[in-house]
Design a protein around this ligand. Structure first.
Ligand code: PMP
Ligand code: GLN
Length: 388
């Protein structure tokens, strides 16, 4: 029989699924795939449940239910001072994952180039390639993951259509500074390019860092497609409610991608996300401070055991260098080893790179209840002993 799509045939199963399956097989504490182990706010859950019973279970409007589009516009104004028209500049999608694909589809013609920063989330490259674009990868180096400005500038050229920017960044847990964003903005203007801004962790940012959407910088309002995720913002990663905020001209094409990908997104979850986005500031502050405490607990514990722990300014994740523990294998071997022997699972960071990559980093998710994090640390401590 004729061969199937070459790119997809050669794409492996995502590392998150692989490691979650391994964790289940070994009954281990899963600090791999990033999902909280407690549900989001009760009023948001209740709103989703109620919305199932009020007779609105048929196709909602393609761009999203009006309540959610208004709530997204309102949140843009409230958090960032951005004026977004709910009727023409918001597209609700089935998760940020769909939003990323829809935005790239809206921008790319075969032969275009897309600039991406490594380490990078695992859906980016396959989608860029499926659309016939050429990825231009620029690597950030630990522990501070600073933007390599000269390399970034060199990655841009006449064929550059867009940059795909993830801030706060998974797995580096870096939050881009105003200065770095201004540099990127300069390149986008110079090369007449767009930005797909994956900002799913916009509300998961810790003391000392501030999330700044690239879209708020001068000249960027017309060039950015900004993506949020209710899954992350309301601790319900299974919900898959994403939202794109973009200038009218870009939203008008992104919605055509959505029309052909999923067409619409479950209305009850959309209405619940709208309730969530209208919650008061204490909710958003509490979400971040709660996670920060978990980061501190896990980070300090891993450092005590002997890991070299990278700073984490945002997201659900801590990246660690495990070489000080005396483990000489690769990150994949390390993550398997701790799953089997400590019954704690992490993600090998090579999964976020293409080709040659550092092989001594493991990513741990800290979005878990504190007793679970403490138990994970106890298990790792038993395996490795305490060094510091
Ligand atoms: N982007 C990044 C950087 C992520 O870590 C994730 C993880 N969920 C997503 C996008 C996808 O978000 P969603 O679940 O809303 O599709
Ligand atoms: N974003 C999550 C992570 O980085 C995983 C999402 C997924 O499993 N696709 O862990």
């Amino acid at each position: 029989m004729k061969s199937l799509n070459t790119l997809l045939s050669n794409t492996g199963t995502t590392i998150f699924t692989v490691m979650s399956a391994l964790a289940a097989e070994h009954g281990s504490i899963n600090l791999g795939q990033g999902f909280p182990d407690t549900d989001g706010p009760a009023d948001v859950l209740q709103a989703a449940a109620d919305a199932l019973f009020d007779g609105r279970n048929q196709y909602p409007p393609m761009a999203g239910v009006p309540e959610l589009r208004q709530a997204v516009a309102h949140a843009n104004k409230r958090f960032y001072g951005l004026d977004i028209d709910p009727n023409s500049e918001v597209v609700v999608t089935s998760g940020a994952t769909e939003a990323i694909t829809a935005c790239l589809m809206a921008l790319i013609n075969p032969g275009d180039e897309v600039v991406l920063l490594e380490p990078l989330y695992d859906t980016y490259l396959p989608v860029v390639r499926l659309l016939g674009a050429t990825p231009k990868l620029v690597r950030l180096e630990p522990p501070h993951w600073e933007l390599p400005r000269a390399e970034l500038a060199a990655a841009f050229g006449p064929k550059t259509k867009a940059i795909l920017l993830n801030t706060p960044m998974n797995p580096a847990s870096k939050v881009f500074t105003h200065n770095e964003l201004a540099f990127i903005a300069g390149l986008l203007q110079k090369h007449d390019a767009y930005a797909v801004c994956d900002e799913v962790y916009e509300h998961l940012v810790f003391e000392g860092a501030k999330h700044i959407p690239l879209m708020t910088l001068p000249g960027m309002r017309e060039r950015c497609l900004r993506i949020g995720s209710a899954g992350k913002t309301f601790s319900a990663t299974g919900w898959k409610i994403g939202y794109i905020s973009a200038p009218k001209a870009l939203a008008a094409v992104a919605i055509k991608a959505h029309q052909n990908l999923t067409f619409t997104t479950p209305p009850n979850l959309q209405r619940a996300a709208a309730i969530g986005l209208m919650k008061d500031d204490t909710y958003f502050a509490g979400l971040a401070s709660d996670l920060q405490a978990k980061r501190d607990l896990l980070g300090a514990g891993l450092a005590r055991i002997g890991f070299d722990v990278m700073p984490a300014q945002g997201t659900y994740f801590i990246t660690t260098d495990f070489r000080p523990l005396g483990f000489n294998g690769t990150d994949a071997e390390f993550c398997r080893y701790i799953t089997e022997h400590a019954k704690v699972t992490a993600i090998p960071v090579t999964a976020f790179y293409e080709g040659e990559a550092p092989t001594h980093f493991a990513r741990f998710a800290f979005c878990k209840r504190e007793p679970i994090l403490t138990e994970a640390l106890t298990r790792l401590e038993q395996l490795f002993g305490t060094r510091r």
